[in-house]
Write a protein that binds this ligand. Structure first.
Ligand SMILES: O=C([C@H](O)CO)[C@H](O)[C@H](O)COP(=O)(O)O
Length: 211
């Protein structure tokens, strides 16, 4: 199980400072959608340049023009790029093809997918690298989480790795670990803590113990 740090509500200098604090404990650094909206792919480029030993995920949540956007994120240094599960089949296939050309990986974010089981089976057959269940901020606010959705995709996904994101905190991490996703994505559960390094260290320890 890998741990991904999601950076959403920071600018580039703040992102660098945060990664420095926790770099020993995370496997992947996500440059979140809000950061890319504010700072552009420059944020991906600068983080990859400063932390070349870490994998960097560009959370573009691609919906269209997939091959082009995967190419641009790859050029900026992203190792993993996200596309939405609700995107057209052709877009997801295009993203996979371009990522393969560039030696990169594709994570499909299933946020907002209604026919989760059926769609997870389909995107798994397109050759994507990760399939991620995700409770976005707006549903977190009404008390939702993605544990049931994780169980659903774990039943049907045969090739891709599984991932989970959305509101995971230290107190909810044990049940997430028990469900055994390949990748656990944590934003506010680390970035919102007073001692971010301690939170990341504790999470990494719990994940290693759960393996
Ligand atoms: O993808 C995310 C969200 O849509 C904003 O871009 C977050 O990175 C993801 O939800 C993880 O963050 P937390 O929910 O704060 O753990």
């Amino acid at each position: 199980m890998e741990l991904q740090l999601a950076l959403d509500l920071v600018n580039i200098p703040e992102a660098k400072k945060l990664v420095k604090e926790v770099e020993e404990y995370v496997d992947i650094v996500e440059i979140g959608t809000p950061v890319i909206i504010n700072e552009g792919l420059r944020a991906v480029k600068e983080i990859k340049q400063e932390f070349p030993h870490l994998k960097v995920l560009a959370d573009l949540k691609i919906m269209d023009a997939a091959a082009y956007e995967v190419m641009k994120a790859s050029e900026a240094g992203a190792d993993i790029i996200t596309i939405l599960g609700v995107a057209e089949d052709l877009s997801i296939k295009g993203a996979v093809e371009e990522a393969k050309k560039q030696g990169k990986k594709i994570l499909v974010d299933m946020i907002g997918v209604k026919n989760l089981e059926e769609r997870a089976k389909e995107v798994d057959e397109f050759g994507v690298d990760y399939i991620c269940v995700h409770t976005g901020y707006d549903l977190q606010a009404v008390g939702k989480n993605s544990l049931e959705d994780l169980a659903t995709i774990k039943r049907v996904v045969k090739n891709a790795k599984t991932a989970i994101a959305g509101g995971i905190k230290l107190n909810t991490l044990p049940e997430v670990i028990k469900a055994k996703p390949d990748l656990i994505i944590v934003g506010g559960g680390i970035t919102g803590q007073e001692d971010k390094r301690a939170a990341a260290a504790e999470m990494k320890k719990m994940i290693q113990q759960g393996e």
